[in-house]
Design a binder for this molecule. Structure first.
Ligand code: ZN
Length: 397
Protein backbone atom coordinates (compact mmCIF):
# COMPACT_ATOMS: atom_id res chain seq x y z
CA UNK A 1 0.00 0.00 0.00
CA UNK A 2 0.95 3.62 -0.30
CA UNK A 3 3.42 2.85 -3.00
CA UNK A 4 3.87 6.54 -3.60
CA UNK A 5 5.67 6.83 -0.29
CA UNK A 6 8.32 4.36 -1.31
CA UNK A 7 10.39 4.93 -4.45
CA UNK A 8 10.24 1.59 -6.23
CA UNK A 9 13.92 1.51 -6.99
CA UNK A 10 14.73 1.99 -3.34
CA UNK A 11 12.51 -0.85 -2.31
CA UNK A 12 13.91 -3.15 -4.93
CA UNK A 13 17.40 -2.31 -3.86
CA UNK A 14 16.53 -3.28 -0.33
CA UNK A 15 14.53 -6.35 -1.00
CA UNK A 16 15.00 -9.19 -3.36
CA UNK A 17 11.31 -9.92 -3.50
CA UNK A 18 8.90 -7.03 -3.52
CA UNK A 19 5.49 -8.18 -2.62
CA UNK A 20 2.98 -5.97 -0.93
CA UNK A 21 3.27 -3.14 1.48
CA UNK A 22 1.37 -3.45 4.68
CA UNK A 23 -1.10 -1.10 6.04
CA UNK A 24 -1.83 -0.89 9.65
CA UNK A 25 -3.73 0.66 12.36
CA UNK A 26 -7.29 1.54 11.85
CA UNK A 27 -10.06 1.36 14.34
CA UNK A 28 -13.36 0.16 13.02
CA UNK A 29 -15.64 1.88 15.43
CA UNK A 30 -14.02 5.16 16.22
CA UNK A 31 -16.67 7.77 16.64
CA UNK A 32 -16.80 11.44 17.31
CA UNK A 33 -16.25 11.88 21.04
CA UNK A 34 -19.48 12.54 22.82
CA UNK A 35 -20.20 16.15 23.51
CA UNK A 36 -17.18 17.48 21.71
CA UNK A 37 -16.83 19.09 18.36
CA UNK A 38 -13.56 18.75 16.55
CA UNK A 39 -12.33 22.00 15.13
CA UNK A 40 -9.69 22.38 12.48
CA UNK A 41 -7.54 23.87 15.19
CA UNK A 42 -7.95 20.77 17.36
CA UNK A 43 -6.82 18.63 14.46
CA UNK A 44 -3.84 20.87 13.82
CA UNK A 45 -2.83 20.65 17.48
CA UNK A 46 -3.15 16.88 17.49
CA UNK A 47 -1.22 16.58 14.20
CA UNK A 48 1.58 18.63 15.66
CA UNK A 49 1.52 16.54 18.81
CA UNK A 50 1.65 13.27 16.85
CA UNK A 51 4.47 14.65 14.72
CA UNK A 52 6.53 15.53 17.77
CA UNK A 53 5.85 12.37 19.68
CA UNK A 54 6.25 9.91 16.84
CA UNK A 55 9.09 11.69 15.10
CA UNK A 56 7.04 11.84 11.92
CA UNK A 57 7.26 14.88 9.66
CA UNK A 58 4.08 16.92 9.87
CA UNK A 59 3.22 16.44 6.23
CA UNK A 60 3.40 12.67 6.68
CA UNK A 61 0.41 12.87 8.98
CA UNK A 62 -3.02 13.20 7.43
CA UNK A 63 -6.48 13.19 8.89
CA UNK A 64 -9.67 11.72 7.45
CA UNK A 65 -12.65 9.75 8.72
CA UNK A 66 -11.83 10.59 12.33
CA UNK A 67 -8.47 8.89 11.90
CA UNK A 68 -4.91 10.12 11.68
CA UNK A 69 -2.72 8.36 9.14
CA UNK A 70 0.93 8.35 10.25
CA UNK A 71 3.83 7.43 7.97
CA UNK A 72 1.30 6.35 5.37
CA UNK A 73 0.76 3.19 7.32
CA UNK A 74 -0.02 3.54 10.97
CA UNK A 75 -3.42 4.81 11.83
CA UNK A 76 -4.63 6.36 15.01
CA UNK A 77 -8.28 7.08 15.73
CA UNK A 78 -9.08 10.60 16.80
CA UNK A 79 -10.11 9.50 20.27
CA UNK A 80 -6.81 7.69 20.80
CA UNK A 81 -4.88 10.74 19.70
CA UNK A 82 -6.89 12.84 22.13
CA UNK A 83 -6.23 10.38 24.95
CA UNK A 84 -2.52 10.43 24.22
CA UNK A 85 -2.49 14.19 24.06
CA UNK A 86 -4.32 14.54 27.37
CA UNK A 87 -2.04 12.00 28.98
CA UNK A 88 1.07 13.75 27.71
CA UNK A 89 -0.13 17.03 29.15
CA UNK A 90 -0.49 15.44 32.55
CA UNK A 91 2.85 13.68 32.45
CA UNK A 92 5.60 16.16 33.08
CA UNK A 93 8.15 13.63 31.95
CA UNK A 94 6.48 13.01 28.62
CA UNK A 95 9.57 13.51 26.52
CA UNK A 96 7.65 11.62 23.91
CA UNK A 97 10.18 10.93 21.21
CA UNK A 98 10.19 7.23 20.66
CA UNK A 99 12.80 4.88 19.49
CA UNK A 100 12.75 3.57 15.98
CA UNK A 101 10.31 0.71 15.64
CA UNK A 102 8.93 1.49 19.05
CA UNK A 103 5.78 3.44 19.55
CA UNK A 104 5.45 6.10 22.22
CA UNK A 105 3.21 3.89 24.33
CA UNK A 106 4.07 0.30 25.07
CA UNK A 107 2.23 -2.47 26.83
CA UNK A 108 2.53 -2.71 30.56
CA UNK A 109 4.32 -5.93 31.59
CA UNK A 110 1.07 -7.33 32.98
CA UNK A 111 -0.73 -6.64 29.70
CA UNK A 112 2.14 -8.04 27.64
CA UNK A 113 2.10 -11.29 29.57
CA UNK A 114 -1.57 -12.00 28.96
CA UNK A 115 -2.80 -10.89 25.55
CA UNK A 116 -6.01 -12.46 24.32
CA UNK A 117 -6.89 -12.59 20.64
CA UNK A 118 -10.46 -12.97 19.45
CA UNK A 119 -10.83 -14.14 15.87
CA UNK A 120 -14.08 -12.86 14.42
CA UNK A 121 -16.33 -15.40 12.71
CA UNK A 122 -15.87 -13.67 9.35
CA UNK A 123 -12.17 -14.59 9.23
CA UNK A 124 -11.53 -17.40 6.68
CA UNK A 125 -9.73 -20.56 7.80
CA UNK A 126 -6.54 -19.72 5.90
CA UNK A 127 -6.22 -16.50 7.85
CA UNK A 128 -7.08 -18.26 11.12
CA UNK A 129 -4.13 -20.54 10.45
CA UNK A 130 -1.87 -17.53 9.89
CA UNK A 131 -3.14 -15.89 13.08
CA UNK A 132 -2.35 -18.99 15.12
CA UNK A 133 1.09 -19.22 13.54
CA UNK A 134 1.71 -15.56 14.34
CA UNK A 135 0.71 -16.07 17.97
CA UNK A 136 3.07 -19.03 18.17
CA UNK A 137 5.87 -16.95 16.65
CA UNK A 138 5.43 -14.27 19.28
CA UNK A 139 5.10 -16.74 22.15
CA UNK A 140 8.06 -18.93 21.31
CA UNK A 141 10.26 -17.20 18.74
CA UNK A 142 10.31 -13.76 20.33
CA UNK A 143 11.30 -15.05 23.79
CA UNK A 144 9.97 -11.89 25.40
CA UNK A 145 7.42 -10.86 28.00
CA UNK A 146 4.77 -10.96 25.31
CA UNK A 147 2.47 -13.95 25.55
CA UNK A 148 -0.74 -14.20 23.55
CA UNK A 149 -3.52 -16.77 23.34
CA UNK A 150 -6.73 -17.16 21.39
CA UNK A 151 -9.99 -16.52 23.20
CA UNK A 152 -13.43 -17.54 21.97
CA UNK A 153 -15.02 -14.69 23.87
CA UNK A 154 -15.22 -11.40 22.02
CA UNK A 155 -15.92 -9.31 25.09
CA UNK A 156 -12.78 -8.31 26.89
CA UNK A 157 -10.38 -9.62 24.26
CA UNK A 158 -7.16 -7.63 23.96
CA UNK A 159 -7.19 -7.82 20.17
CA UNK A 160 -10.01 -8.57 17.75
CA UNK A 161 -9.08 -9.78 14.28
CA UNK A 162 -11.71 -9.29 11.60
CA UNK A 163 -12.14 -8.77 7.86
CA UNK A 164 -12.70 -5.36 6.32
CA UNK A 165 -13.51 -5.13 2.62
CA UNK A 166 -13.28 -1.34 2.76
CA UNK A 167 -9.50 -1.35 3.18
CA UNK A 168 -7.95 0.30 0.15
CA UNK A 169 -6.42 -1.87 -2.59
CA UNK A 170 -2.79 -2.71 -1.93
CA UNK A 171 -3.22 -2.89 1.81
CA UNK A 172 -3.14 -6.39 3.20
CA UNK A 173 -4.03 -5.66 6.79
CA UNK A 174 -4.08 -2.95 9.38
CA UNK A 175 -3.47 -2.92 13.08
CA UNK A 176 -4.04 -0.46 15.86
CA UNK A 177 -1.15 0.74 18.01
CA UNK A 178 -1.24 0.50 21.82
CA UNK A 179 -3.39 2.99 23.69
CA UNK A 180 -2.24 5.51 26.23
CA UNK A 181 -3.07 3.17 29.12
CA UNK A 182 -0.65 0.50 27.93
CA UNK A 183 -3.19 -1.84 26.38
CA UNK A 184 -2.42 -3.66 23.15
CA UNK A 185 -3.75 -2.10 19.98
CA UNK A 186 -7.24 -3.53 19.94
CA UNK A 187 -7.80 -4.48 16.31
CA UNK A 188 -6.28 -6.13 13.29
CA UNK A 189 -8.30 -5.83 10.11
CA UNK A 190 -7.60 -7.98 7.08
CA UNK A 191 -8.34 -7.06 3.47
CA UNK A 192 -10.36 -9.99 2.05
CA UNK A 193 -8.88 -9.27 -1.40
CA UNK A 194 -5.75 -11.13 -0.26
CA UNK A 195 -7.46 -14.24 1.07
CA UNK A 196 -6.86 -16.32 -2.04
CA UNK A 197 -3.96 -14.46 -3.64
CA UNK A 198 -1.48 -14.18 -0.79
CA UNK A 199 0.67 -17.29 -0.18
CA UNK A 200 0.23 -18.90 3.23
CA UNK A 201 3.80 -18.08 4.22
CA UNK A 202 3.20 -14.39 3.53
CA UNK A 203 -0.05 -14.51 5.46
CA UNK A 204 1.93 -15.78 8.44
CA UNK A 205 4.45 -12.96 7.99
CA UNK A 206 1.64 -10.40 7.66
CA UNK A 207 -0.15 -11.50 10.83
CA UNK A 208 3.08 -11.64 12.82
CA UNK A 209 3.80 -8.11 11.57
CA UNK A 210 0.36 -6.73 12.41
CA UNK A 211 0.50 -8.09 15.95
CA UNK A 212 3.85 -6.32 16.20
CA UNK A 213 2.00 -3.04 15.67
CA UNK A 214 -0.55 -4.04 18.32
CA UNK A 215 2.41 -4.49 20.66
CA UNK A 216 3.88 -1.08 19.87
CA UNK A 217 6.50 -1.78 17.21
CA UNK A 218 6.79 0.53 14.24
CA UNK A 219 8.40 -0.08 10.88
CA UNK A 220 12.06 -1.02 10.75
CA UNK A 221 12.42 0.41 7.25
CA UNK A 222 11.01 3.82 8.01
CA UNK A 223 13.31 6.47 9.33
CA UNK A 224 11.04 8.45 11.61
CA UNK A 225 11.84 8.17 15.30
CA UNK A 226 15.06 6.92 16.80
CA UNK A 227 16.47 3.46 17.12
CA UNK A 228 15.52 0.82 19.62
CA UNK A 229 18.69 0.22 21.62
CA UNK A 230 21.02 -2.32 20.03
CA UNK A 231 19.21 -2.44 16.69
CA UNK A 232 20.44 -1.11 13.33
CA UNK A 233 18.72 1.39 11.06
CA UNK A 234 18.06 -1.21 8.39
CA UNK A 235 17.35 -4.91 8.60
CA UNK A 236 16.33 -6.31 5.23
CA UNK A 237 14.34 -9.26 6.51
CA UNK A 238 12.84 -7.72 9.65
CA UNK A 239 9.26 -8.77 10.25
CA UNK A 240 8.53 -5.14 11.03
CA UNK A 241 9.56 -3.87 7.61
CA UNK A 242 6.61 -2.50 5.68
CA UNK A 243 6.93 -5.09 2.94
CA UNK A 244 5.56 -8.61 3.16
CA UNK A 245 8.05 -11.43 2.66
CA UNK A 246 7.73 -15.15 3.05
CA UNK A 247 7.91 -16.08 6.72
CA UNK A 248 11.44 -17.14 7.58
CA UNK A 249 11.51 -16.51 11.30
CA UNK A 250 12.44 -13.39 13.21
CA UNK A 251 15.77 -11.82 12.33
CA UNK A 252 18.57 -11.52 14.86
CA UNK A 253 17.71 -7.87 15.39
CA UNK A 254 13.96 -8.50 15.59
CA UNK A 255 14.84 -10.90 18.39
CA UNK A 256 17.08 -8.31 20.01
CA UNK A 257 14.44 -5.58 19.70
CA UNK A 258 11.71 -7.68 21.33
CA UNK A 259 14.02 -8.48 24.24
CA UNK A 260 15.03 -4.85 24.67
CA UNK A 261 11.45 -3.60 24.70
CA UNK A 262 9.81 -6.52 26.52
CA UNK A 263 12.39 -8.34 28.65
CA UNK A 264 11.16 -11.11 30.92
CA UNK A 265 12.51 -9.12 33.85
CA UNK A 266 12.63 -5.32 33.87
CA UNK A 267 16.17 -3.98 33.63
CA UNK A 268 17.68 -7.15 32.23
CA UNK A 269 19.06 -8.01 28.84
CA UNK A 270 19.55 -11.24 27.01
CA UNK A 271 22.50 -13.53 27.38
CA UNK A 272 23.18 -14.44 23.75
CA UNK A 273 24.49 -17.88 22.82
CA UNK A 274 26.85 -18.60 19.92
CA UNK A 275 28.70 -21.65 18.68
CA UNK A 276 31.82 -22.02 16.59
CA UNK A 277 31.98 -25.44 15.01
CA UNK A 278 35.54 -24.74 13.86
CA UNK A 279 36.67 -24.14 17.45
CA UNK A 280 34.01 -26.39 19.02
CA UNK A 281 33.39 -23.54 21.43
CA UNK A 282 30.17 -22.20 22.91
CA UNK A 283 30.27 -18.49 23.66
CA UNK A 284 27.91 -16.24 25.63
CA UNK A 285 27.69 -12.47 25.69
CA UNK A 286 25.21 -9.71 26.54
CA UNK A 287 26.78 -7.41 23.95
CA UNK A 288 24.88 -7.58 20.68
CA UNK A 289 27.79 -6.06 18.79
CA UNK A 290 30.52 -8.36 20.12
CA UNK A 291 29.74 -10.83 17.35
CA UNK A 292 26.43 -9.55 15.98
CA UNK A 293 24.14 -11.78 13.95
CA UNK A 294 27.15 -13.81 12.83
CA UNK A 295 30.87 -13.44 12.23
CA UNK A 296 34.18 -15.29 12.20
CA UNK A 297 32.43 -18.61 12.02
CA UNK A 298 30.12 -17.96 14.95
CA UNK A 299 26.54 -19.15 14.60
CA UNK A 300 23.91 -17.43 16.70
CA UNK A 301 21.95 -19.98 18.71
CA UNK A 302 19.40 -17.80 20.50
CA UNK A 303 18.94 -16.54 24.01
CA UNK A 304 20.05 -18.17 27.25
CA UNK A 305 17.83 -16.22 29.57
CA UNK A 306 17.89 -12.63 30.77
CA UNK A 307 20.63 -11.23 33.02
CA UNK A 308 21.79 -7.88 34.37
CA UNK A 309 24.52 -5.85 32.73
CA UNK A 310 25.47 -4.02 35.91
CA UNK A 311 25.69 -4.92 39.60
CA UNK A 312 22.15 -5.17 40.92
CA UNK A 313 20.97 -6.11 44.42
CA UNK A 314 20.51 -9.85 44.60
CA UNK A 315 22.97 -10.59 41.82
CA UNK A 316 26.56 -11.79 41.65
CA UNK A 317 29.10 -11.53 38.83
CA UNK A 318 29.42 -14.30 36.28
CA UNK A 319 33.10 -14.32 35.34
CA UNK A 320 34.33 -15.11 31.83
CA UNK A 321 37.54 -16.96 31.05
CA UNK A 322 39.19 -18.22 27.88
CA UNK A 323 41.69 -20.95 27.25
CA UNK A 324 43.51 -20.41 23.95
CA UNK A 325 44.91 -23.93 23.89
CA UNK A 326 41.57 -25.70 23.89
CA UNK A 327 39.73 -22.69 22.45
CA UNK A 328 37.15 -22.83 25.18
CA UNK A 329 35.15 -20.07 26.85
CA UNK A 330 34.27 -20.70 30.47
CA UNK A 331 31.80 -18.96 32.77
CA UNK A 332 31.65 -19.25 36.54
CA UNK A 333 30.47 -17.44 39.66
CA UNK A 334 33.66 -18.62 41.40
CA UNK A 335 36.45 -16.17 40.64
CA UNK A 336 39.67 -18.07 40.05
CA UNK A 337 38.00 -21.43 39.41
CA UNK A 338 40.36 -21.78 36.46
CA UNK A 339 43.70 -20.15 35.82
CA UNK A 340 42.93 -19.22 32.22
CA UNK A 341 42.85 -15.81 30.60
CA UNK A 342 40.35 -13.76 32.57
CA UNK A 343 38.09 -11.80 30.20
CA UNK A 344 36.02 -9.88 32.73
CA UNK A 345 32.51 -10.02 34.13
CA UNK A 346 30.17 -11.46 31.53
CA UNK A 347 27.03 -10.32 33.34
CA UNK A 348 25.29 -10.36 36.72
CA UNK A 349 23.17 -13.36 37.65
CA UNK A 350 21.41 -14.86 40.64
CA UNK A 351 23.29 -17.38 42.76
CA UNK A 352 20.03 -18.86 44.02
CA UNK A 353 16.69 -19.64 42.48
CA UNK A 354 14.49 -16.63 43.02
CA UNK A 355 11.11 -15.85 41.48
CA UNK A 356 11.27 -15.63 37.72
CA UNK A 357 14.60 -17.42 37.39
CA UNK A 358 15.62 -20.86 36.25
CA UNK A 359 18.93 -22.72 36.28
CA UNK A 360 21.55 -22.34 33.62
CA UNK A 361 23.07 -25.83 33.44
CA UNK A 362 26.77 -26.39 32.78
CA UNK A 363 28.20 -29.22 30.72
CA UNK A 364 31.71 -30.07 29.58
CA UNK A 365 32.62 -32.03 26.50
CA UNK A 366 35.71 -34.02 27.37
CA UNK A 367 36.47 -34.76 23.71
CA UNK A 368 36.14 -31.32 22.13
CA UNK A 369 37.03 -29.45 25.35
CA UNK A 370 33.97 -27.26 25.24
CA UNK A 371 32.03 -25.81 28.16
CA UNK A 372 28.35 -25.53 27.32
CA UNK A 373 25.60 -23.70 29.20
CA UNK A 374 21.91 -24.32 28.58
CA UNK A 375 18.47 -23.65 30.02
CA UNK A 376 17.46 -27.17 29.07
CA UNK A 377 18.70 -30.06 31.15
CA UNK A 378 19.55 -32.90 28.80
CA UNK A 379 19.98 -30.70 25.70
CA UNK A 380 23.23 -32.55 25.12
CA UNK A 381 23.95 -36.16 25.98
CA UNK A 382 26.34 -38.93 25.12
CA UNK A 383 29.61 -40.27 26.46
CA UNK A 384 31.61 -37.13 25.67
CA UNK A 385 29.37 -34.80 27.69
CA UNK A 386 29.76 -34.45 31.44
CA UNK A 387 27.10 -32.61 33.41
CA UNK A 388 28.85 -30.23 35.80
CA UNK A 389 25.91 -28.75 37.71
CA UNK A 390 24.08 -25.43 37.83
CA UNK A 391 26.25 -22.54 36.69
CA UNK A 392 23.89 -19.83 37.93
CA UNK A 393 20.25 -18.72 37.72
CA UNK A 394 18.94 -16.44 34.98
CA UNK A 395 15.63 -14.69 34.50
CA UNK A 396 13.47 -16.87 32.30
CA UNK A 397 9.94 -18.22 32.87
ZN1 ZN B 1 2.90 -2.21 9.21
Amino acid sequence: MHNVKFPLGKILSLLAILSMLFGSCQQDNDVQPTGSQTSANDIAVLKSFLSETTGTPLNDITFADDTFLIDGDMVMPLQNARDHYVKSQTEKSAAGRTEQRQYMYLLTPAVAANITVYINTDVPAVWVTAINQAISNWNTGADSKIHASVTTTAAGASITVSMNAAIEPGVIARALLPDAAGNAGSTVQINPAYTSSLPASQKQFAMTHEFGHNFGFRHTDQTNGTLITDTPVTDANSVMNSVVLNWNGFTFYDFIAFGVVYPHQPGTRRLLRYYSSANTDHFYTIHTNEIGPTGNGWAFEGGSGYVYATPTPGTVPLYRYYDAVTMDHFYTMNFGEVSWTYEGVACYVSATQVAGTRPLYRYFNTVTKDHFYTLHLGEVSGPSWTYEGIACYVWQP
